[in-house]
Design a protein around this ligand. Structure first.
Ligand code: LLP
Length: 419
């Protein structure tokens, strides 16, 4: 079921039309389909239901409490990268024993907090980080479960800013140093070696790099076994692509290919398998609804200037990301336009030279596939307050994050008496 689709020529999110939503909530706003998030999560976890697995949703992708609570009820764990994300996961009732802590630079304060919560595992990314964790764990007399995030040196064939598993990337430990690090960790106080972790990048649409990386992880797993270092789980990270464009592979098909790779290797790992998907679960469950403020005809092009901007949604300018843009009301007439925002930056665009349905001043547009890495990356540049997020379930709708006001923004600033 699509959940985000045209019905009677009007874009709907489940049972509610975007036109009706925009009467109730001022544009721009993010809107998510809860049924779509649930369906994506179930599709992912069902693909591995015959294995002993834990699906840890990557909280950085969409950290709204409503989204996390929904996933918690589905049984999801969480992959977090800061103490803030741990607190968000716990507040949404994701139990600590389902939380893995990733990130290249966990501070000692963050480690202390996570240790006191007794999280499932720290994914360690360097020797100094290992030593810092051992130090904190010893002081607190709480044993830390750890895995090393291995950099398997494979090319994920994705955008250069979201590739993480090649030599030279800042992430993980080089695979050739892994054994000596595991031996070191094994002998440290208050450190319990439990896992092997990898995450090679994001929006990966060819499963070969996963296959290559898992083979390397398997070789390491076998070597550790010979050394009597027991591994309780392997964590294959996230990274599975979603379909942003019509000519891209549909998500069920890509998942089937990915599951085939995992299944081919799963038997060789006599342990639990963790995943850290993010984008796959929420990307296509979200839209950004925006209104055309002006339609401006330049000599060489037509510009749609809309009320959302790069501060609300930065993926197009940051990653050259393609997001389908549709008219809220279908009319089957097309023209080529640039869709831009009001911010004073040339990079403030959502699409350049895009052929899309004709819309006029005052009309609503829908920017699609923005349920991942979108609202979470918004900021208040140009003193534009953070916009609202709403969620739909059937014919119900709720605000899941209030829009900020300009007054709130200004109130955060403090003027010292000496100014
Ligand atoms: N695990 C770790 C350790 C990660 O760093 C990430 C994403 C994930 C899991 C989830 O990956 P996913 O399944 O969502 O691909 N802001 C960029 C993407 C950055 C990816 C960061 N790491 C974008 O908008 O494309």
């Amino acid at each position: 079921m699509p959940f985000v689709e045209y019905k009677n020529s009007v874009q709907h999110i489940e049972s509610l039309s975007v036109l009706a939503l925009a009467e109730q909530y001022p544009t721009p706003f993010y809107c998510y389909s809860s049924a779509k998030i649930r369906a994506q999560y179930r599709m992912f976890s069902d693909a591995f239901s015959h294995l002993n697995t834990l699906v840890c949703f990557a909280v950085k992708v969409n950290s709204n409490q409503a989204v996390l609570s929904l996933l918690a009820k589905e049984g999801a764990g969480a992959d977090v990268v800061s103490v803030g994300e741990i607190k968000r996961a716990l507040a949404a009732n994701i139990p600590a024993e389902k939380i893995v802590f990733s990130g290249v630079a966990k501070t000692e304060q963050e480690m202390e907090f996570a240790l006191k919560q007794h999280i499932l595992c720290f994914n360690i990314e360097s020797e100094p980080e290992l030593l810092a964790l051992s130090h904190v764990a010893k002081r607190l007399k709480i044993t830390a479960n750890i895995s090393f995030r291995i950099n398997p040196n494979v090319n994920a064939n994705t955008h250069k800013k979201i590739s993480t598993g090649k030599k030279g990337d800042k992430f993980g430990v080089d695979i050739e140093h892994a054994i000596s690090l595991y031996q070191k960790a094994y002998n440290l106080d208050y450190i319990n070696v439990t896992g092997i972790n990898m995450h090679i990048g994001s929006q990966i649409s060819d499963v070969t790099p996963f296959d290559l990386a898992i083979q390397k992880i398997k070789a390491l797993y076998c070597e550790l076994k010979v050394l009597n270092i027991n591994i309780n789980h392997v964590d294959f990270g996230g990274g599975l692509a979603v379909k942003y464009q019509d000519d891209e592979l549909a998500e069920p098909e890509l998942l089937a290919q990915y599951a085939a790779v995992v299944n081919r290797h799963a038997e060789d790992f006599n342990c639990r398998i963790l995943f850290e998907p993010g984008r796959f679960i929420t990307a296509n469950a979200g839209v950004l609804v925006s209104q055309v403020i002006y339609k401006k005809n330049q000599s060489d092009k037509t510009l749609l200037i809309v009320d959302a901007a790069m501060n609300d949604f930065i993926r197009p300018t940051l990653y050259d990301a393609y997001h389908k843009i549709t008219a809220a009301t279908q009319n089957h007439r097309f023209e080529c336009v640039d869709v831009v925002g009001p911010v004073c930056e040339t990079g403030d665009y959502f699409a350049l030279d895009r052929t899309m349905e004709v819309v006029e001043q005052g009309d609503l547009i829908v920017i699609n596939s923005v349920g991942a890495y979108s609202a979470v990356a918004s900021n208040s540049y140009n003193s534009r307050p953070i916009i609202a997020e709403i969620m739909v379930q059937g014919d119900q709708v709720a605000v899941i994050r209030e829009a900020q006001s300009v007054d709130e923004l200004i109130a955060r600033d403090k003027v010292p008496s000496w100014v």
